[in-house]
Design a protein around this ligand. Structure first.
Ligand code: 0A1
Ligand code: ZN
Length: 877
């Protein structure tokens, strides 16, 4: 539906549904253009709803073919049907059955919401409001029904027919057609409905739950791709076992199916018993997937599987409660990945993502509370704030109440809300009961946008052997003080100061719940360095005046790996932010601070690199250009930041060169070592490639030779792609030859070509725009496939700050034109791309006014989708 001023939906206006639907029987006859759906709905008035009102069913782009009530055709004046809704003016005040026949065109469905076809495979996406594109329905998450689905299709076109729940019947339907019937005994909202029909092959196994249920587990992929689905299948089994062990949650159906499709708007979807995935998060082989891909697959398989309890068994009352399932499930998948891999390394990755994506969102015009109070288009609220900050809130809650009460609170939450549509209040209530804490003040985390700042001052009194810390918090927008768990400790010149004590610090955590507070540690034998917010214990910005020498003490001696990494990052960040401002434009010289930083890194590498290469790779990695821009905060000049970062990379490469070469040699796998995606092997590759990056920055000729050799000799995609990325930053013939060869080698591998598109879109040179224009004509590029668009255009906006923010506005124009074109076919992806303008006001004035002009031009385009109209209006507000 296209509209100029989207209506706003408000949390305070929530009312229970007028009716409930206890049972849904669907008969879906799949056909490329004329798919017919007969929905038989067992309806009744909702005792909690308003009595005597019309029944208003949602619809979106559906054609009504037939309608009857309790077997009787309805007279024309009894109802009104449009493509966007079906109203029964005077529904019976008793239970009744409505039979609705609709028709949809899955092949013409380019929005990828509702029933559509991806590479010929029929599939569905119903969250948040796609079910209404299949049939008229009460398409809201607090209407839970038991579904039975009969799917019928031509056997040749769709030999595999999958639905929610358990398979109960199958057979011939005549004229080359066949059918399957699926029954899902667990009541669910319509957004969890799914079906799949197509030519697919599977890898399969069985899993016995802790309750003794024998579950058939399968991952379905396009024929020929089965070997690439093994890793995902293994990840399903690990997820099933982990949720039993960590949270006591067992799987509750006889089958669990995962299906990979190539056209998908998001990462994946947790439909009950039938998770549908973007193939990027299922398919992996050493030749085509990087270590990051393997880690993402494991995490997303887990995320969708964990939704079976956090989201499906306990669902959301309304879409304002989205964080209830998403923040909690992200927290759960983070914990899973930390247990499968290195906890410290994983935590650093989580925080990097939060700072790169959520902090800017929270500081810009699209900022919103983790539980928003109003929305115009819910599909625009699947944001870093809801997901990642939502997960941080659950993490803080677990820190506050402690491990045993947290687990008990989770058990209580599930027990009390199983089969219900719950709220954030229901969630917090379970923990309040189990911990005996009043969580009313903590609940404010859900209500206020913006990243709180916490200022800290430390003072040491040598005579009294006392150390005091003064904290004050500042949350913009008039919010009350938040409850902030501060995990902390003191570190001395040669190690942690364990004898120091402070009564307000329990189990290493101080809870800051006022605007300001002071702490006094006694028995402190030397001037300490405070290690604050260990493990990033709260999603805040910390301001404390520490010298580089003090930060290096933390890097050397802190027991908290996150803060060791943070110490190194803070030094690098200060160097980059000082030099990355327009004023420092000409400053090239690295200076003594950079020198000292390089020496500290050298000592660190000598002592620890080989013991924990994954961690060392993170310590060696500089903050990204976007991170530096976020730190600077206003009057941002992306060119100055780029120059500053290049100059520091060069400096480190020169200062550490020999060491880095030695490290590379030490980390080289013996020839014939089989590839393994495990975290330790991935860590060694990460450090080797981080070393190559700095070597190439200091010596492009040598870098070119090493990168070319690595591309030729690599036995896996991680090494090949890392080398290609490094070479892509060195202009010249070797780069062009390597890019061309890579493009040919993987000509038939769309997911690998996505990486190739992304690398080229991120080249920080003027000629990149012309390169992108050429790549848009590449035979593998397609504007209707979200992965392709994200790879080429999304990466440009996200990973190429100097070119996207070009002074002449050509980068903004490229994005704007793509958004406009895409809005006609896939508004969700168009709107997501448009969010890349989120920081436009913080750019220096010339760039900022260009961005403003272009945004105003988009706003004036007639017939914008609600998705894009909403983002553009908020971005300009
Ligand atoms: N619930 C899914 C995310 C998701 C949301 C909307 C979608 O519609 C296109 C698809 C997926 C998750 O958290 O993984
Ligand atoms: Zn999710």
């Amino acid at each position: 539906m296209r509209t100029e001023t989207p209506p706003t939906i408000r949390l305070e206006d929530y009312r229970p549904s007028s009716h409930l639907i206890d049972r849904v029987e669907l008969d879906v006859r799949l056909a490329p253009h004329e798919t017919r759906i007969t929905a038989t709905l067992a309806l009744r008035p909702n005792p909690a709803g308003e009595p005597g009102v019309p029944l208003v069913l949602d619809g979106d782009d559906v054609i009504l073919l037939a309608l009857d009530l309790d077997g009787q055709a309805l007279p024309p004046d009894a109802y009104a049907a449009t493509p966007s809704g079906l109203t029964l003016h005077r529904p019976p005040a008793r239970p009744f059955t409505l039979r609705i026949e609709t028709q949809v065109d899955p092949t013409a469905n380019t929005k990828l919401m509702g029933l559509y076809r991806s590479n010929g495979v029929y599939c569905t996406q119903c969250e948040a409001d796609g079910f209404r594109r299949i049939t008229y329905f009460l398409d809201r998450p607090d209407v839970l029904s038991v579904y039975t689905t009969r799917i019928e299709a031509e056997r040749d076109a769709a030999p595999v027919l999958l639905g929610n729940g358990n398979p109960v019947a199958a057979g011939e339907a005549g004229e080359g057609r066949h059918y399957a019937v699926w029954h899902d005994p667990h009541p669910k909202p319509a957004y969890l409905f799914a079906l799949v029909g197509g030519r697919l092959d599977k890898v399969a196994t069985r899993f016995t739950t802790m309750e003794g249920r024998d579950v058939a587990v399968a991952v379905y992929v396009e024929p020929g791709q089965e070997p690439r689905a093994d890793y995902a299948l293994g990840a399903v089994l690990r997820s099933m076992r982990w949720d039993e062990e960590a949270f006591g949650r067992a799987y509750d159906l006889d089958v669990f199916n995962v299906v990979a499709v190539s056209d998908f708007n998001m990462g994946a979807m947790e439909n009950k018993g039938l998770n549908i995935f973007n193939d990027k998060y299922v398919l992996a082989s050493p030749e085509t997937a990087t270590d990051q891909d393997y880690a993402n697959i494991e995490a997303i398989i887990a995320h969708e599987y964990f939704h079976n309890w956090s989201g499906n068994r306990v669902t959301c009352r309304d879409w304002f409660q989205l964080c209830l399932k998403e923040g909690l499930t992200v927290f759960r998948d983070q914990e899973f990945s930390s247990d499968m891999r290195s906890r410290a390394v994983h935590r650093i990755g989580e925080v990097r993502t939060l700072r790169a994506r959520q902090f800017p969102e929270d500081a810009g015009p699209l900022a919103h509370p983790v539980r928003p109070r109003a929305y115009a288009e819910i599909n625009n609220f699947y944001t870093a704030t809801v997901y990642e900050k939502g997960a941080e809130i659950v993490r803080m809650l677990s820190t506050l109440v402690g491990p045993a009460p947290f687990r008990a609170g989770m058990d209580r939450y599930y027990a009390q809300n199983d089969g219900r549509a719950a709220t954030v209040e229901d969630f917090l209530d379970a923990f309040a009961v189990e911990s005996g804490r009043d969580l009313a003040a903590f609940a404010q985390w859900y209500e206020w946008p913006g990243t709180p700042r916490v200022e800290v001052e430390g003072r040491y009194d040598a005579a009294e052997r006392r150390y005091t810390l003064r904290f004050s918090q500042d949350l913009r927008g008039g919010a009350p003080p938040l409850v902030i768990p501060v995990a902390l400790g003191l570190v001395g010149a040669s190690g942690p100061i364990s004898e120091a004590t402070c009564p307000e610090v329990r189990d290493g955590v101080f809870v800051l719940d006022r605007t300001s507070a002071g702490l006094t540690f006694t028995n402190v034998p030397e001037a300490p360095v405070p290690s604050l917010f260990r493990g990033f214990s709260a999603p805040v910005r910390v301001e404390i005046a520490l010298s580089d020498a003090e930060r290096l003490t933390l890097l050397r001696h802190d027991t908290d790996a996150f803060n060791r990494w943070q110490a190194a990052q803070s030094i690098a960040m200060r160097l980059l932010a000082d030099r990355g401002t327009a004023r420092a434009r000409e400053a090239e010289d690295a200076g003594p601070a950079a020198q000292a930083y390089a020496e500290a890194l050298a000592a660190f590498l000598d002592a620890e690199a080989l013991a924990d290469p994954a961690f060392a790779a993170l310590v060696l990695g500089l903050p990204g250009e976007g991170d530096v821009a976020n730190e600077i905060g206003s009057d941002i000049d992306p060119d100055a930041i780029h120059r500053a970062r290049q100059s520091l990379r060069r400096h480190l490469g020169r200062a550490l060169g020999e060491r880095l070469s030695r490290l590379r040699a030490d980390l080289t796998e013996a020839p014939g070592t089989p590839f393994s995606p495990d975290a330790a092997s991935a860590g060694r590759r990460a450090l080797r490639n981080a070393a190559l990056d700095l070597i190439a920055a200091a010596d492009p000729v040598r870098g070119t030779a090493l990168a070319r050799a690595q591309i030729d000799e690599a036995t896996n995609m991680t090494d090949r792609l890392a080398a290609l990325g490094i070479l892509s930053l060195i202009p010249g013939e070797p780069r062009e030859a390597a890019l061309a060869a890579f493009g040919e080698r993987y000509a038939d591998e769309p997911l690998v070509l996505d990486k190739w598109f992304a690398i080229q879109a991120a080249i920080p040179e003027d000629a990149t725009l012309a390169r992108i224009a050429r790549l848009r004509q590449h035979r593998a590029f397609s504007m209707t496939n979200p992965n392709r668009v994200r790879a080429l255009i999304g990466s440009f906006a996200l990973a190429n700050p100097t070119q996207f923010n070009r002074l002449d506005g050509a980068g903004f124009t490229l994005l704007a034109e793509t958004v406009e074109a895409l809005d006609r076919t896939n508004p969700q992806i168009a709107a997501k791309l448009l969010t890349n303008f989120g920081s436009w006001r913080r750019l220096e004035p010339a760039r900022s006014s260009k961005a403003g002009e272009i945004l105003a031009r988009i706003k004036a385009v007639p017939g914008l989708s609600r998705d894009v109209a909403d983002i553009v209006a908020r971005t300009l507000s």
